[in-house]
Design a protein around this ligand. Structure first.
Ligand code: AMP
Ligand code: MG
Length: 693
């Protein structure tokens, strides 16, 4: 969808009233694109259309200006009833450069061709233009209707005659039709213009009017976004989400020389589709509610609860695959074409029609060769061979390749020892992937290899979840920023740098929410800001039920609060809740407990909120280099590292000893029941690197 403009160059920084373009595919938008002037816009649009048509896609290209004038104008201007005659008339006469154009003069010249005064009016310049009145009321006797039928039906639409003043559209029609005329010339039969022609071509050009969905635009406008950008994006998304039959019905209108506005008789449907949220619905208020009881919740039960209750909270966007590594797929991905797309050589050598018999084989060598990207254009006669290089498509008549190292060649003949199976050293079409095959599934985190796989399968863009924004917050009056002066009653905020780095390592966006003092009003203000800026908040401290546990107290007031007493060591309660619909994970303040709870509980939870599948960290059974007896009831995580193939644990289990986290390379997990571990017994070791995003 294109939001066109009749004005001058708008400069390098994105602004309103410039040209904005946005593409949507399968209901998901690309990022809106700012184009500062018409010259750049025309270039961009041409390149975009050419690329999409080359890729075999169909494009519904909408432009927000009238494709025709009120009935009678074209005939009077050009002598013809063909609406394209008006397009060509303007294309021949409009002079356009980023900072100057002749639209007012041209409108005056047209007015001079009609009786009376008008129909065009409005002049954005200081200087008067011959035959162009400044006011609409100054016109009379020009004999043309004020509005097209479409504008009579579209409430609030401006007439095409008005060239200047707030809301005027006349200029962008004059400055737009020549561009459309050039697109027609450029794309020929591949482009059809609705409703003058049936839209049965790769490109269908349609007239749009974003104000049709004005209510939805206002209702869904993100803060700080430029309205023009949001408007084209929302309209593109809306049209792209329409069921094909509804779009087809929308396109089915009578053809007149005036043109029409797409969706004019389907405003309710468009509004409805436009209002359907692009971001998933918020989590339910009771999503953290655990069955009540005096018992401590086992770790596995707590994890199962998170897994069952959490949903993705981020929107979906289309990204070029090169930018999509680390993102979670929002849809399954199908191969756009076969890989390999055609049978080709797997080695450098000589191609012929196989098989080859046992014993010495001699074959005449035909001139020429087949190379990757330079296929041999003719067929190879039965019994002859041709020079062929790795990746070259097999020429007609070739299905087998002999490795060059196994061949004695002269300029006219090759000799080698058979036998060789038919099809040897050749790759079959689609042997790796066939077109249409699902190659990657939704919720997968895209790896570097996935980008390669998608590229090979002909995929240029992919629908992924927006990056999760995680707010990180520390709480407590005793905290000071690292490196700042601190007295003996104060300690340094260790959790925020630690948790922030963890979030960054998991490839989410960190939003630093700072430190909150033990003050309810201040914490409330920080939560308000955090909920507005983030998809989820990770806080530490103040999460129990004590006097200074303000996080718990505030969350309690939301009706969504749950204090999870999990049977885990280290770890005190986890405080969970929704602050203005944004999930809050209140981790224990104690750094070791904060880290362990982040790894065990927050990691999989954030992954699901970000649109990923639930995963468990990879663990290994290794002999213990320690002995220990453990009571029943709690899952214990010990700071551990591997020495000589055995797992040793940190000397102290004191959960304040943060240095033990640096000493360790992973955790030992001791299961809930009582157990006695002797030297050499197998224990479960989870390396830190297993807590992957
Ligand atoms: P709390 O959960 O707020 O009662 O805190 C538990 C313990 O963790 C107390 O000793 C706090 O001083 C300490 N603590 C809380 N937040 C942090 C932090 N960000 N960095 C280091 N220690 C902390
Ligand atoms: Mg505290």
């Amino acid at each position: 969808m294109v939001d066109w403009s009749g004005g001058n160059d708008r400069g390098p920084t994105p602004k309103k009233d410039a040209i904005w373009v946005c593409a949507a595919r399968d209901g998901v938008t690309d990022a809106p694109i700012y184009l500062r002037n018409r010259q750049l816009a025309e270039e961009w649009i041409k390149a975009f259309l050419a690329e999409e048509v080359d890729a075999g896609h169909r494009v519904l290209a909408g432009f927000d200006f009238a494709f025709g004038y009120p009935v009678g104008f074209g005939k009077a201007l050009t002598g013809s009833d063909d609406p394209f005659a008006v397009w060509d008339w303007f294309a021949q006469r409009v002079k356009d450069a980023p900072d100057t154009n002749n639209r007012f003069d041209l409108a005056g010249e047209i007015n001079a061709m009609f009786p009376g005064i008008g129909p065009f009016w409005g002049n954005g310049r200081k200087q008067d233009v011959p035959h162009l009145p400044r006011k609409g009321n100054d016109r009379s006797g020009h004999g043309l209707p004020e509005k097209r039928v479409a504008e009579q039906e579209a409430k609030g639409a401006f007439p095409v005659w008005q060239l200047a003043g707030a809301g005027a559209v006349g200029s962008q029609v004059i400055m737009g039709l020549p561009m459309l005329a050039r697109l027609r010339a450029e794309f020929g039969r591949a482009l059809r213009v609705w409703p003058f022609e049936a839209p049965d071509a790769p490109i269908a050009i349609v007239e749009i009017w974003p104000s049709l969905i004005a209510k939805a635009v206002t209702a869904t406008m993100p803060e700080g976004q430029i309205k023009d950008a949001h408007q084209v994006a929302l309209l593109a998304q809306t049209l792209s989400r329409l069921p094909p039959a509804r779009l087809e019905a929308m396109l089915d209108v009578p053809c007149t020389t005036e043109g029409s506005i797409l969706g004019l008789d389907q405003v309710r449907l468009l509004e409805e589709v436009a209002m359907a949220p692009a971001t998933p619905p918020p989590l339910k208020n009771d999503c953290f509610a655990m069955p009540q009881g005096a018992h401590w919740t086992p770790v596995d039960e707590a994890l199962a609860h998170l897994r069952a209750q959490l949903r993705p909270v981020t929107g979906v966007e289309n990204l070029p695959i090169a930018l999509a590594a680390g993102r979670f797929l929002a849809q399954d991905v199908q191969a756009a074409r076969a890989h390999p797309p055609a049978p080709n050589a797997a080695v450098d050598g000589y191609g012929f029609a196989g098989p080859a018999e046992a014993g010495v084989q001699r074959m005449p060598l035909i001139p020429g060769r087949a190379a990757a990207g330079a296929p041999y254009p003719a067929s190879v006669p039965q019994g002859s061979a041709i020079r062929i290089l790795t990746g070259a498509n097999l020429p007609v008549g070739v299905d087998t390749v002999i490795l060059q190292e196994d061949v004695t060649a002269t300029p006219s003949e090759i000799a080698f020892h058979g036998p060789l199976k038919k099809g040897a050293n050749a790759r079959k079409e689609g042997e790796d992937m066939v077109a249409g095959q699902t190659i990657l599934t939704s919720e997968r985190r895209l790896s570097p290899a996935d980008l390669g796989t998608m590229a090979a399968a002909g995929i240029g863009r992919v629908a992924v979840r927006q990056r999760l924004r995680v707010g990180v917050l520390s709480t407590g009056d005793e905290l000071r920023d690292p490196g700042a002066p601190a007295d003996a009653g104060q300690i340094y905020d260790a959790n925020r740098p630690m948790l922030s780095a963890l979030i960054k390592h998991w490839d989410y966006t960190v939003v630093d929410l700072g430190r909150a003092p033990d003050d309810r009003a201040k914490l409330r203000a920080i939560l308000d800001k955090g909920a507005a800026d983030c998809d989820v908040i990770l806080s530490s401290g103040g999460a129990s039920a004590g006097d200074e546990d303000h996080m718990s107290a505030l969350l309690e007031g939301t009706g969504s609060f749950a204090l999870w007493r999990i049977a885990v060591k280290p770890g005190r309660p986890l405080a969970l809740g929704l602050w203005n619909n944004t999930p809050v994970f209140g981790l224990p303040g104690n750094p070791v407990a904060a880290m362990v709870c982040a790894l065990i509980f927050a990691r999989p939870a954030l992954r699901v909120l970000a649109g990923g599948s639930w995963t468990e960290p990879q663990s290994y059974q290794l002999p213990a280099a320690f002995s220990k007896s453990k009571k029943a009831g709690r899952r214990e995580y010990l700071r551990a590292r591997i020495t000589d193939g055995k797992v040793e644990i940190f000397t102290s289990e004191g959960s304040g000893r943060i240095s033990g986290l640096s000493w360790a390379t992973g955790l030992v997990a001791l299961d809930d029941p009582a157990q006695t571990i002797a030297l050499g017994d197998p224990v479960t070791y989870i390396p830190f690197y297993s807590f992957e995003p």
